[in-house]
Design a protein around this ligand. Structure first.
Ligand code: F6P
Length: 326
């Protein structure tokens, strides 16, 4: 994405481009570096970001917006291209509404931004989770165990649903659909009755039980955007499933492994296309928009639309996946 913005911005449009470090911290504290054709060489297959990231919220401090505005003025910048998910772009939309010239680009493994059919990062995380499930499958089968795999995704079940489908999970639990632990155990028992002495349960970190059916897990601590740190549902499920069914059950928490490593070809292409559209939009001074994938095409959508509502898993997608449970 950064490479696309820099290459097209400099070579085609004749811009100078600065990169701010660590998300919103960069323009707030005026920490930057010049981005050149040279400095973005070789980054296409690199995951993460050469600029660093943080959970800094510009509205977490009184003068955040003002400081960003003066940083832009100090460098004589025409505008800001902001890359991120719900929190980063939520702040971008607010700053845009206050008159700051901003173009957004949708990047999050959670795939939960409105206005775009897909965010970049998702496909790579999905591939990591699917590879892990494939590996866990073979050991689960050999050892006649249930294996619970906890994946990320925050309040959306996209990674769980798609990796569970691709990896042939026997149960998939997502935040959008509170689960009944007895039903989970019934599906596992049914597999045993059919002579399959192992099961793979893929649980999104945000999956929650139907109220009153199982002890709930509270997130620990909140970030600057007020989001709880999720995780722990896998361990809870491990204990409940083993206690209720009597079958040995273990958990694997994939965690930040899903956010690292080499991006898939799909993500590289998507990020490049979104980046090209973003620098073109900025050149045309079309502020307050986000480059987005709509069907097979890249389009510009209002930033507000992108952050108005989370894009969660539709009921019918989950129902289709449930066909393969147990
Ligand atoms: O939003 C991306 C994400 O990876 C979520 O899936 C996860 O809940 C969260 O970030 C983890 O955040 P951190 O890296 O701050 O622990």
């Amino acid at each position: 994405m950064i490479r696309a913005v820099v290459r097209k911005g400099i070579d085609h449009h004749g811009h100078s481009i600065l990169g701010f470090r660590d998300g919103w911290r960069g323009p707030i504290e005026n920490v930057w570096e010049e981005l050149t054709i040279e400095s973005v060489r070789g980054i296409l297959p690199r995951g993460g970001t050469i600029l660093g990231s943080s959970r800094t919220n510009p509205f977490g401090r009184e003068d955040g917006a003002e400081r960003i505005r003066s940083t832009l003025a100090e460098h004589g910048l025409d505008g800001l291209i902001v890359i991120g998910g719900e929190d980063t772009l939520g702040a971008a939309a607010r700053l845009g509404a206050e008159g700051l010239p901003i173009v957004g680009v949708p990047k999050t493994i959670d795939n939960d931004l409105g206005g775009t059919d897909m965010t970049f990062g998702f496909d790579t995380a999905l591939q990591v989770a699917t590879d892990a499930i494939d590996r866990l499958h073979t050991t689960a089968e050999s050892h006649h165990r249930n294996l619970v795999v906890e994946v990320m995704g925050r309040d959306a079940g996209w990674i769980a649903l798609h990796s569970g489908l691709a990896g042939g999970a026997d149960v998939i639990l997502i935040p959008e659909r509170p689960f009944d632990i007895e039903e989970v155990c019934r599906l596992i028992r049914r597999r045993h009755e059919r002579g399959r002495y192992f099961a793979i349960v893929v649980a999104a970190e945000g999956a929650t039980p139907v109220e009153g059916t199982m002890e709930t897990v509270a997130g620990t601590g909140v970030d600057e955007f007020g989001h709880a740190r999720l995780g722990g549902i896998g361990q809870r499920l491990e204990r409940e499933i083993e206690d209720r069914t009597g079958y040995e059950t273990r958990t694997t928490v994939l965690g930040h492994v899903q956010r690292g490593g080499t991006p898939t070809a799909f993500d590289r292409v998507l990020a490049t296309r979104l980046g090209v559209a973003a620098i073109d939009a900025a050149t045309d001074r079309r502020w307050g928009v986000m480059s987005a994938l709509r069907g097979q095409r890249i389009e510009l959508v209002p930033l507000e639309e992108a952050v108005a509502e989370l894009r969660t898993v539709p009921v019918e997608d989950y129902e289709a996946a449930a066909t393969f449970f147990g």
